[in-house]
Structure formats: C-alpha cells, structure tokens
Design a protein around this ligand. Structure first.
Ligand code: SAM
Length: 166
C-alpha cells in the first residue's frame, strides 16, 4: 500500500514548486513590459523571492491585511490593500490587461475551500494578464482563455500550476 504524503512532504513540495515556477516564469517574461502582481503576501517569502529574481520590476501586492516579515514588506504605494474581489477589478481599471506575471498563493489549509475559492477568483484574475504573460498559482485555476503550461524541472505536478495568455 502506498502511504499518503505527510503534511511536511506536501509543504516541501509546495515550496520547491513555487520557487521553480517563479524562477521559470521570471525568465520567460524577462523581455516583456508590464507589472507583476503578487496575490497573497502572507509572511512575504514568495514576494521576497520575486524581488530577488526580478529586481527591476514593479511588483504590486494584493493583500487584505499586511502581516509580513519586515524584510519582505512592500512599500505602501505598491500595496493594493483589501479583498481581492474588490482590488482586482480596481487594478483592471487602473492597469488594463498588462500584467506580465501574476502569482497567486491565496489559499489556506483546506483543499476543498481553496478549490472553491479558485473557481470564484479565476474570472477576476483572468482579464488582467497581458498577451504572452504567465499566471503561476498554488491551486488549479478555472480559466476560459488562459492555457495551462508544462511545469519546469524541479516543480512537483499538482503542487503548482502555470497558465499563459497566448
Ligand atoms: N506566498 C506567501 C508567502 O510566501 O509568505 C503566503 C501567502 S498566504 C498562504 C495567503 C495570503 O492570502 C494570506 O496572507 C491572506 O491574508 C491572503 N488572502 C487570502 N484571501 C484573500 C482575499 N480574498 N483578499 C486578499 N488577500 C487574501
């Protein structure tokens, strides 16, 4: 009988997959203009990594309550504070369909809840992505027009997802 993975295994898989997918996405969009969006700041680990690998990019952070590590806290003018169901439509009015990369890590520990949330939030994220842009997510998303991409080496199937606007 195959033992299911431990919570530690799942956590490690999610972390290495986020890093592999973000590194890959940053290199794919390197020649594109347009802002980068981080949806869900949390502790700020992925935001910190994105700053590290894309130092010249404008990275806007969407979060309802800032509680990040001090080293990983974005400047006030780069934060869209509030619920993403309010701030993403605001961002569409402000930026249009220009985002080169959108990273979403909005989920918690309940997989079923995360899936329901992904179904609700997908249509709000979808119009923000520029042609050629990538969307990286820790949950499977439900897009009509974005196309799922193969994962890079180092990412674990099912722990991270990449979508592209062709
Ligand atoms: N990627 C982060 C890191 O590396 O530290 C962890 C993000 S944490 C898993 C998810 C974050 O999404 C939480 O800080 C939570 O407040 C935020 N979040 C969840 N639902 C949200 C919503 N509807 N609007 C805005 N922020 C939300």
């Amino acid at each position: 009988m195959i033992m299911p993975q431990s919570r530690l295994d799942l956590f490690v898989d999610r972390m290495v997959s986020q890093r592999a997918c973000l590194d890959h996405a940053a290199s794919v969009i390197a020649d594109m203009d347009g802002p980068v969006f981080e949806l869900g700041l949390g502790n700020g680990r992925t935001y910190h990594h994105m700053r590290h690998i894309m130092p010249a990019r404008d990275i806007y952070v969407f979060e309802r309550a800032i509680a990040s590590h001090p080293d990983s806290t974005p400047p006030d003018d780069m934060v869209l504070l509030g619920d993403v169901f309010d701030t993403l439509p605001d961002a569409l009015a402000r930026f249009g369909p220009t985002a080169a990369l959108i990273h979403a890590d909005l989920g918690g520990h309940n997989r079923k809840k995360n899936d329901l949330f992904a179904q609700k939030v997908s249509p709000v994220i979808e119009p923000l992505l520029a042609v050629g842009g990538l969307m990286v997510s820790s949950d499977r998303m439900y897009f009509d027009t974005l196309v799922e991409q193969p994962l890079p080496d180092g990412a674990v199937q099912g722990r991270c997802f990449i979508y592209r606007r062709n």
